[in-house]
Design a protein around this ligand. Structure first.
Ligand code: NAD
Length: 321
C-alpha cells in the first residue's frame, strides 16, 4: 500500500480524488484540512462523510502552515497538495492571507517533506498563471502574465517546488488545473452558482458580454491526471497542464445549464471583474505524453452529473451558503 497525504482533502477536488483512491484499494490516505470558512462547513462535511469509517482513511483536522499539525500525520510516501485559498476575486481583497496559505503553507509542507524524506510531491497549480497571454492554446512553455494575487501565489509555489526538487531531490509535479467542475464543486464557482440561482429563480450575475471563455474540465478527468502523477518517475520537476483542450464561452455555458435545468436563466449583466482573464485554453500534449491523460467527459454529461449531485444534496449544500 502506498501512503498518501492529501492536503485540502475535505474540499471539492480532494474529496473526489479520495473516493477514487480508496476504491482502488491500493492506497492508505491521510487527509489534512482546516475546514477554513471560505465556504460552507456543511458542504465539506458532506464531501468526506463517506470516508470517515473507511479503514484506509484518516482525517487530521489541521493547518498546513503549522508543523505541529503536520506532525500528527504518520508515514507518508507521496504528498498531493491541494489545500489553498482558492478563487481569483477574493484574493484581490485579501492578498496577504492568500500569500500566507498558498506560498507560506506550501513552503512549510515542502520543509515537512524534506524532514520526513518524502520524495514525491504533486501540487495543484492553476491555469490562472497564464493570465492575459493571448497565445492560446497555452503550452507549458508560454509566457506567464498573471493578473491576480491568487495566480501569483500559484506561480510562486511552483518555483518553490523547483528549489526543493534541486536542493533535496523531492520530485515536484505542478499540475495546472483548468476550471474544474462536477459533483462537490465549490459554491463560489460559476457553474455551481448558476445552477443554484437558476433552480431558485434568482438572477445570475454575468460579468461582461458573455464572450469570455473557459476550458472547463470535469473533475473525474482531472482526478485521473492526479492519480497518474502519483507514479510518475521520469524526471524530477515538471509543470503539466490538466485541461480539457476545448473552450466554451460564458453564453454557451449558460445555454447548456438552462438545457439541463429545463428552464431559462434571468441574467444580471455586470461589468467585467478585475483579475478575471478573458480566456483559458490548455494545450494538453504534455499531459497526454507524460501522464497518459485523455479527458473524455463532454460538457453536457458533466453538467448533468453536477445537477444530479446538487439535487440529491441540495438541503445540505444550500443550508449555509
Ligand atoms: P476547495 O476550497 O474546495 O479545497 C481546498 C481545501 O483546502 C478546503 O477544504 C479548505 O478547507 C482547505 N484548506 C484551506 N486552507 C487550508 C490550510 N491552511 N490548511 C489546511 N487546509 C486548508 O478548492 P478546490 O476547488 O478543491 O481546489 C483544490 C486545489 O486546486 C486548490 O489548490 C486550488 O487552488 C486548485 N485549483 C482549483 C481549480 C478549480 O477549478 N477548482 C482550478 C485551478 C486550481
Amino acid at each position: 500500500m502506498v501512503n498518501i497525504l492529501i492536503t485540502g482533502g475535505a474540499g471539492f477536488i480532494g474529496s473526489n480524488l479520495i473516493r477514487v483512491l480508496l476504491q482502488s484499494g491500493q492506497y492508505k490516505i491521510t487527509a489534512i484540512d482546516n475546514f477554513d470558512n471560505f465556504y460552507s462547513l456543511a458542504q465539506k462535511e458532506l464531501n468526506i462523510r463517506d470516508f470517515l469509517n473507511h479503514p484506509d482513511f484518516k482525517l487530521v483536522k489541521g493547518d498546513i502552515r503549522y508543523m505541529p499539525d503536520l506532525n500528527q500525520v504518520g508515514d507518508i510516501d507521496v504528498i498531493i497538495h491541494l489545500a489553498a485559498k482558492a478563487g481569483v476575486r477574493p484574493s484581490i481583497k485579501n492578498p496577504v492571507l492568500y500569500q500566507d496559505v498558498n506560498v507560506g503553507g506550501t513552503q512549510t509542507l515542502l520543509e515537512f517533506a524534506k524532514e520526513r524524506g518524502i520524495k514525491q510531491f504533486v501540487f495543484a497549480s492553476s491555469s490562472s498563471v497564464y493570465g492575459i497571454n493571448h497565445n492560446v492554446p497555452w503550452n507549458e512553455e508560454e509566457k506567464l502574465l498573471p493578473i491576480s494575487p491568487y495566480a501569483s501565489t500559484k506561480l510562486s509555489a511552483e518555483m518553490l517546488g523547483h528549489v526543493y526538487s534541486r536542493l533535496y531531490g523531492i520530485r515536484f509535479l505542478a499540475l495546472r488545473f483548468f476550471t474544474v467542475y462536477g459533483p462537490a464543486q465549490r459554491p463560489d464557482l460559476a457553474i455551481h452558482k448558476f445552477f443554484k440561482n437558476i433552480l431558485n429563480e434568482i438572477a445570475i450575475p454575468v460579468y461582461g458580454d458573455g464572450s469570455t471563455s473557459r476550458d472547463y474540465t470535469f473533475v473525474a478527468d482531472t482526478v485521473k491526471g492526479i492519480v497518474s502523477a502519483i507514479n510518475y518517475d521520469k524526471s524530477s520537476f515538471e509543470i503539466i497542464n490538466l485541461g480539457n483542450n476545448k473552450t466554451v464561452t460564458l453564453s454557451q455555458l449558460i445555454g447548456a445549464i438552462e438545457k439541463v435545468c429545463g428552464t431559462s436563466a434571468i441574467i444580471d449583466r455586470q461589468p467585467e471583474q478585475p483579475g478575471d482573464v478573458p480566456q483559458t485554453f490548455a494545450d494538453i500534449t504534455k499531459a497526454q505524453e507524460l501522464l497518459d491523460y485523455h479527458p473524455s467527459t463532454s460538457l453536457e454529461d458533466g453538467l448533468q452529473q453536477f445537477y444530479t449531485w446538487f439535487k440529491a444534496y441540495e438541503d445540505v449544500i444550500q443550508k449555509d451558503y
